[in-house]
Write a protein that binds this ligand. Structure first.
Ligand SMILES: [Zn+2]
Length: 140
């Protein structure tokens, strides 16, 4: 049985970050649908519940298609796209678009509020605002 499974899985793409995310997402949707079913008397809620159920099903099928795919390059590219998008979304919610860049530190000019990016770990340095030429001292 195990050998059979191994033979079946040979050359298949397998699990990556995106498939794990899709698994959690489909589980979350199924749980939501389960909760929504408690209010099944309401027409709108039962419609939403059906849509949630359908979306969860589509995600599960797409996930299985990816895991059992033999086109590794394509699945790898999709996963890379997912990781980039995830990084961007996390960066956006952190209010710092360059959240990934840990070698730089961002300060605001005390006069004109211009954001100034300087290298980290240089100690106390004098920064000149590129917009209004105001000088201010900050610890990096
Ligand atoms: Zn300034």
């Amino acid at each position: 049985m195990r050998e059979r499974l191994n033979r079946f899985m040979a050359g298949r793409y397998g699990v990556d970050e995106l498939s794990r995310f899709m698994l959690y997402l489909s589980l979350f949707l199924m749980l939501s649908e389960f909760i929504l079913n408690f209010f099944s008397g309401n027409v709108v809620i039962s419609l939403i519940s059906r849509i949630v159920n359908l979306v969860a099903l589509v995600i599960i099928i797409l996930n299985l298609v990816r895991i059992f795919s033999r086109n590794h390059t394509r699945q790898y590219k999709i996963n890379q796209w997912f990781l980039r998008t995830k990084g961007r979304i996390i960066g956006f919610f952190k209010g710092n678009r360059s959240a990934a860049d840990k070698t730089k530190k961002v300060f605001k000019c005390p006069k004109c509020s211009q954001r100034v990016r300087v290298p980290r770990g240089r100690g106390r340095i004098e920064i000149t605002c590129p917009r209004c030429r105001t000088r201010f001292i900050k610890k990096t």
